[in-house]
Design a binder for this molecule. Sequence first.
Ligand SMILES: [Zn+2]
Length: 450
Amino acid sequence: MIKRIFPILTAVFLLQHSQAQSIISRDSVIDQMTKKVSSDSLKSYISKLVDFGTRNTLSTQKDKNKGIGAAREWVLSKFRDFARSSGGRLTAIIDTTTIAADGRRVDTATLLGNVMATLKGTNPQDTRIFVISGHLDSRATDVMNRTTGAPGANDDGSGTAAVLECARVMSSYSFPATVIFVAVSGEEQSLLGSGYLAKKAKTGGWNIEAMLNNDIMGSNHSNETNIIDNTRVRVFSEGLPAFEAEKNLTNIRNLGLENDGTSRQLARYVKEIGERYVDNLEVVMVYRNDRFLRGGDHTPFVQNGYSAVRITEMNENYDHQHQNIRTEKGIRYGDLQEFMDFEYLRKNTCLNLVSLANLAKSPYTPQDVKVDVKNLTNSTFLYWKAPATGKLKGFYVLMRETTSPVWQKKFFTDKTEMRLPYSKDNYFFAVQSVSTDGNEGLPIVPAVGR
Ligand SMILES: [Zn+2]
């Protein structure tokens, strides 16, 4: 009898003390990493990117100093600089493919190159990959114009700079899982570089658990509403998963899981971990895959079945995106560095870094997570299997009301089951693995167990 009651008391005890998220302490190593992210570094990368004149995907690949060809060689050289302090674990390549003319945004066959650095995980049994991306290419008003100035400081110098800075800082640390840092190309020409990479990953069976796309994240003010805000950032995620939607629809409908797809879970995770480590930054989840009239590099990944989200500034300035540099009726147009806020970009870069680092340090997710539905009860019994590899401290069981956007309670256990005095009918649950350093992995929503 005592044995039976004890786990229940443990859960209640932890419940009372886990009301405040602050009892979950920061991992001191990740904290140390965030202190190395520098707004000066970010600014220096963007100054250099702007100097290439244009980084239009169709621009010159022969000039040593101008155009997309010179830009990607420079990004490669930065990755290779960082590789020196990684003890051989960081390697970098330009992954090229030839894009045929498509009669739309590509008018002649063009060599496209994604610049990609891979920080190999330290556990040979761990096949997981976590990806951070930005796009290297830029555009002027006319997407086909390959010579006019297109500085692309924010779109997407900001995302590319964040990728570089995460690679610089993270490459001198080690993680059991692998992290890929990539500056894709061809985004403005219709997500060509990310489409190529996502398809390659799918075909090659890459075990990508999460992909963070960073696009337009370093400016703090809108053009028409005079809002200035460098304390909030948006994370866009799809609701109903684009991949194999029909196959999963019955299950989603029966269990009420329309807000619990894996990309939505990733968005929730980025919010929780980001707000744990990055001060004065609120992560605002937007429940849609992307903004109106715009696309992003996470989309080919979600379409291929991966969990992927888009990170973007709170208020966009359309005078500074996809515009030729000019002054008209007193308004300055163009994607120039002078319109950026490097302290804001630093925080948004840290958001990526802490999410990636916490994921790459986390153990594999729990297996066969089930919620017991054999009987009518006013409590909930969850059970699962420990992952086959990785060092575990235990598991968190997450709980939230069905109307809550975020997880509200977190219960720790070192067992592979938990009984909670809350009805399975009234709450959503999930289970996360926790490493010995306290890093939790992505939450797994239970299937029904009979
Ligand atoms: Zn963009």
